[in-house]
Design a binder for this molecule. Structure first.
Ligand code: NDP
Ligand code: PHD
Length: 372
């Protein structure tokens, strides 16, 4: 695939937030994308980025963005951007992202608003980048029809973390029939300031609003493939050929970054693979986005630990700069077939990194015309 010849100007919406700051950090060192515009709420608009943001990263604010004036999230102010990355709060994302798409801008969103839309792809780039194929249909169904504008969403951060090993297992061993997943989710997943310290210190909160339902249905849309009828109309298959049942239980724990998930799976195939076969399949898994040459896609998507006490958030959340996931404790499950633990950086592969790889795939597959 041809890498772009010229720098690609991009905009970031929600640039002052938790996900927005990770976008800034990653994009300021990106080989193709150049940060051109930043957007946030009217509270931040008109200020320089360094004055608008409450910077929480361990590296300094990149020099190139410090003096950029933050804009209101109005599409006409972002017209020169070839790619829009959105880390907007869900309360604002619905209207803003739709307006940007209508203005013929390519929007890569982290928000939940359009994930269920039957014409919007929900893409974990290490799993189902082929779902970009629905975009021409999305554009043709807009009123008026669009030539360049579209919305691509990435998944909930807990869905993203555990679906990468699930995809590796389906690739090697065929359909999965049932999954039980119990999450231990970091505080940063709730944005800033997020959960009050008096609620989370010395504590575990066994409820995250809407999270279990999101994991349960997003998994079906992502692993299900895209079907096409006799008239060429595309739809998301929702794993209908091989029904998959998912049960999620979500907990907030006093960890700053990195969602840990305990997963048990049952395969359709009998006999199921052994723990050693599962480990080998995960190590061997190479995402299509990596094979395609996406610069942010991890060389090794899944690190498999042999030590009995890994993965751990403090030790493993920056595996592959937060773009890969860490698996451990692969063993037999006496109720289903196999169980394991997975850790994923919720702000990186769970959010900003996924959007960036999605955009890289779109560039390499000419879904975005960067040289027009
Ligand atoms: N944190 C995570 O791990 C993950 C988050 N997500 C999703 O990503 C999105 C961002 O999350 P996160 O960064 O944690 O949230 P934050 O609360 O940290 O940041 C929200 C951002 O949205 C901006 N914003 C708020 N209201 C408006 C408005 N009315 N108009 C324009 N901009 C507005 C804020 O700007 P200002 O500073 O000016 O208020 C800020 O930049 C959410 O949709 C979230 O659900 C998805 C996966 C993981
Ligand atoms: N709810 C997730 C983060 C998030 O914002 O998810 P979503 O994008 O699905 O609303 C968490 O708290 O860890």
């Amino acid at each position: 695939m041809q890498h772009p010849a010229n720098p690609i100007p991009v905009g970031i919406l929600g640039a002052t937030g938790t996900v927005g700051q990770r976008f800034i950090t990653l994009l300021s060192a990106h080989p193709w994308f150049v940060i051109h515009k930043l957007g946030a709420s009217p509270r931040s608009a008109g200020k320089t980025y360094k004055n608008a943001v409450n910077w929480k990263q361990s590296t300094p604010i990149p020099h190139a963005v410090r003096e950029i004036i933050v804009q209101e999230c109005k599409a006409e102010l972002f017209a020169e951007c070839k790619v829009i990355f959105s880390g907007l709060d869900a309360d604002a994302a619905g209207d803003v992202e739709q307006a940007f798409r209508a203005a013929e801008l390519a929007v890569f969103s982290n928000a939940k608003n359009y994930r269920r839309d039957p014409h919007v792809p929900l893409i974990v780039p290490l799993v189902n980048p082929s779902h970009l194929s629905i975009i021409p249909q999305q554009q043709s169904l807009c009123s008026p029809p669009l030539k360049k504008g579209f919305i691509v969403t990435n998944a909930n951060c807990s869905t993203t973390g555990y679906i990468i090993p699930l995809a590796a297992l389906e690739k090697s061993f065929g359909p999965i029939e049932a999954v039980l997943v119990t999450t231990m989710q970091a505080i940063s997943g709730a944005g800033y300031p997020g959960v009050a310290s008096l609620d989370i210190l010395d504590n575990i909160i066994p409820h995250i609003s809407g999270e279990e339902e999101k994991i349960e249905w997003e998994t079906l849309k992502i692993l299900g493939g895209v079907a096409e009828d006799d008239q060429g109309v595309k739809s998301f298959d929702m794993h209908s050929k091989h029904p998959l049942r998912v049960s999620a239980a979500c907990n907030r724990v006093p960890v700053i970054d990195g969602h840990t998930e305990c997963v048990s799976v049952r395969f359709a195939r009998r006999p199921p693979p052994s723990p050693q076969q599962v480990r080998e399949a995960m190590v061997a898994f190479t995402p299509d986005a990596t094979a395609l040459g996406c610069p942010s896609s991890p060389r090794h998507a899944i690190s498999v630990h042999e030590e009995p006490d890994r993965p751990q958030p403090r030790l493993d959340r920056y595996y592959q700069d937060g773009a890969g996931v860490s698996v451990g404790r692969v063993r037999q499950c006496p109720v289903l077939d196999i169980k394991f633990v997975v850790l994923a950086n919720n702000v990186s592969i769970g959010a900003a990194t996924s959007s960036i790889i999605n955009a890289e795939v779109a560039v390499l597959k000419n879904v975005i015309q960067v040289d027009e």
